[in-house]
Ligand binder design. Structure first.
Ligand code: IPE
Ligand code: IPE
Ligand code: MG
Length: 252
């Protein structure tokens, strides 16, 4: 049965989980962070090669300051506290998103964890923090424009790619290489919890051909059995990439 190598998750429903228990929203985020700790291990056990988790969208800054402060404290303690476990499990810790806007002290701890785990060879855990897909595409356009405006860089790019013109140079691959996700393959499976049927500005380019699985389970209640259910459902999907069932995708 086909298995997803890269799973992206929109971890939604922390607030509702807290609300249903008469708790404050931040308590839902604390419970959600515990789920993250567990699900990284479960995904690893199940043979998943990469998890890309939506932790904070660029639009989430609209939320009350107290909630955002609590999220930053949680994030910082997560990347500090999980270091020994990440080393034990050989997790490669990564981040995507816009650095500007994330508090310096949080960024410093994120960077330390990225550095510490850089030579690990196990599951890639990529956190999307201050991430928005449209912002990512804007940033890519800006970088591409700057490279092409520099005559030396433009010549190098054209020579190395063998392209005869700017139009030939700007392939889909070229754009992918300018996204935050450049080092990673596209997600095979996109999971959204808490029953919302929307993408909320997550990986719009990268999930073009991902299989989508939506569950009413709220993120703090998500567990290994839920992940297994999603993976089993993925196993039954027929991926065609615009072709016909059973066709060899490598020739497309
Ligand atoms: C997801 O849970 C976590 C973040 C967006 C940071 P929510 O906080 O969006 O939970 P709901 O949607 O209010 O239940
Ligand atoms: C998406 O959830 C962002 C994260 C899970 C970090 P939201 O709760 O922010 O999405 P909307 O507002 O319901 O679309
Ligand atoms: Mg939400």
């Amino acid at each position: 049965m086909q298995k997803p190598e890269h799973i992206a998750i929109i971890m939604d429903g922390n607030g509702r989980w807290a609300q249903r228990r008469g708790k404050e929203r931040f308590e839902g985020h604390i419970a959600g962070a515990r789920t993250v700790e567990q699900i990284v291990e479960d995904a690893d056990d199940l043979g998943v090669k990469q998890l890309t988790l939506y932790c904070l969208s660029s639009e989430n800054w609209k939320r009350p300051k107290a909630e955002l402060d609590a999220l930053m404290i949680l994030l910082k303690s997560y990347v500090i506290d999980q270091r020994p476990r990440m080393m034990e499990k050989s997790v490669q810790f990564k981040m995507i998103g816009r650095r500007k806007g994330i508090p310096e002290d949080v960024l410093a701890e994120i960077d330390k964890t990225i550095e510490l785990t850089a030579a690990n060879t196990g599951i890639i855990l990529c956190l999307a923090i201050n991430y928005g897909s449209r912002g990512e595409l804007r940033d890519a356009c800006s970088r591409i424009a700057a490279e092409l405006a520099d005559p030396q860089k433009r010549e190098d790019l054209l020579r190395r790619s063998g392209a005869g013109s700017i139009d030939e140079l700007i392939t889909e691959q070229f754009i992918s290489e300018h996204l935050y996700t450049a080092p990673y393959k596209d997600p095979d499976l996109l999971i959204r919890t808490a029953g919302e049927f929307r993408l909320s500005n997550y990986l719009l380019w990268q999930v073009s051909y991902a299989e989508i699985w939506i569950t009413p389970v709220l993120w703090p209640d998500f567990c290994k059995a839920t992940l297994e259910e999603a993976i089993a459902d993925f196993g039954k999907r027929t991926r065609k990439f615009g072709g016909l069932p059973g066709q060899d995708q490598s020739v497309l």
